[in-house]
Design a protein around this ligand. Structure first.
Ligand code: GDP
Length: 414
């Protein structure tokens, strides 16, 4: 057998017991540590009418004053008529783990008399970030890729308690194929518990009716039961009814983040009071990587394919083929040249026909001229012959008959 002659055949795998600690059990940690060392990056966008508590919520989510306080925000001033795109990047660190967080705000959204096209600058911004990434992918040196794509878009719905506004529907309808939409009910503390439940149902019905795709955490076969239950719990809270506060209030000797009212206190971090904790859990603790992957593998990939198809390039889904832009340009140039030479040939034919027509006409008038010339020449010749005949007669002394001379006006022997 194989062990007797000392050569193990290649398919025989022998299980060996380690006699002591070697260290490769640390491999997953090494991989993880590498990304920990590099730090993580995440870009979130917040969209909603001004005063809905966007900056307060971002500050509450990351527990830092990312946005300076702006109490008593008035809806945007009248002079600005377009939606702006503003971005703030901060490096934050927790227990040695670094996160480069970019928050993109969209001031002006929904604040004008006419908000019909409020979604457009935002869609353009999201797509231009895709374009910038696509452009980097096409470069030869891909080592320093910068990913500015939006990984999640938190959409703030005003707590009206009724239904989605046309503005909300239009925005989500236009954006859902380009970004992970996470709808939240803003300032949920202004609604009662029952109102929140009813409002959520209405919002979800509207979303379904308009076939809007909001972010859904995927479930994996390899997920353990606990993870699956956790995901289900998170998803059941969408649209998250959130309350933001960057102020602490004291209750029974505890200091908590919340908003106090004459009738009581709303605690931001209390799951019985609002869904803030669930939103934070999904966005930061459990689904940050997932949101990035979905952005890259689905949303960006679809955009990329659509863009290439619009350029007339078909992608074979089974075999991933790189499109060669130089070859594409060369093909387009040749097609253009062919078209040009065809047009040139057509013009030549038309031109030649015209020339021939003109030539024929010229020839005809030439012939006519020639005929007239000939006629005149013959007439002249005849006259000349007549005159010569007369001269000969005169010279030979034979006078003309008087009648004839009279008639002609000649007078002889004067
Ligand atoms: P933004 O314009 O959307 O960024 O809104 P801000 O974050 O500046 O908030 C506007 C106002 O609403 C401020 O006075 C905040 O204190 C207040 N606010 C923010 N979040 C909440 C909330 O969850 N509930 C209530 N009742 N007020 C809030």
């Amino acid at each position: 057998d194989s062990s007797a002659n000392g050569t193990a055949s290649s398919i025989d795998v022998v299980r060996k017991k380690l006699l002591g600690y070697v260290g490769f059990a640390n491999l997953p940690n090494q991989v993880h540590r590498k990304s920990v060392k590099k730090g993580f990056e995440f870009t979130a966008m917040v969209v909603g009418e001004s005063g809905l508590g966007k900056s307060t919520l971002v500050n509450t989510l990351f527990n830092t004053a990312l946005y300076p306080p702006k109490e008593n925000t008035e809806p945007s001033n009248e002079t600005v008529q377009t939606v702006e795109i503003q971005s703030i990047t901060s490096d934050i660190e927790e227990n040695g783990v670094k996160l480069r967080l970019t928050v993109v705000d969209t001031p002006g959204f929904g604040d004008f008399v006419n908000n019909e096209e409020s979604w457009k600058p935002i869609l353009d911004d999201i797509e231009s970030r895709f374009d910038a990434y696509l452009e980097q992918e096409n470069r030869v040196n891909r080592r320093k890729m910068v990913d500015n794509r939006i990984h999640a878009c938190i959409y703030f719905i005003m707590a009206t308690g009724h239904a989605l506004k046309p503005l909300d529907i239009e925005f989500m309808r236009r954006l859902h194929t380009r970004v992970n939409l996470i709808p939240v009910i803003a300032k949920a503390d202004t609604l009662t518990e029952e109102e929140v439940v009813a409002f959520k149902q209405r919002i979800l019905a509207d979303i379904q009716h308009h076939k809007i795709q909001i972010y859904q955490a995927p479930t994996y076969e390899y997920d353990d039961e606990e993870t699956m239950a956790e995901n289900k719990e998170i998803m059941s809270k969408i649209p998250f009814a959130v309350v933001g506060s960057d102020k602490e209030v004291e209750i029974n000797g505890r200091r908590v983040r919340g908003r106090s009212y004459p009738w009581g206190l709303i605690e931001v971090d209390n799951e019985d009071h609002c869904d803030f904790v669930k939103l934070r859990q999904m966005l930061i603790r459990t689904h940050m990587e997932e949101l990035k992957e979905f952005t890259n593998n689905i949303l960006y990939e679809n955009y990329r394919t659509e863009k290439l198809q619009a350029m007339g390039i078909q992608q074979d889904p089974s075999v991933f083929k790189e499109v060669n832009p130089v070859q594409k340009m060369e093909e387009e140039r040749m097609a253009h040249e062919q078209k040009l030479s065809k047009m040139e040939a057509e013009m030549k034919t038309v031109f030649q026909a015209k020339v021939q027509e003109k030539e024929a006409k010229l020839k005809q008038s030439e012939e006519e001229l020639y005929a007239r010339h000939k006629e005149m020449k013959e007439a002249l010749d005849r006259q000349r012959l007549e005159l010569e005949e007369k001269r000969r007669r005169l010279e030979s002394g034979r006078p003309m008959t008087p009648e004839k001379s009279k008639k002609k006006g000649f007078s002889f022997n004067k």
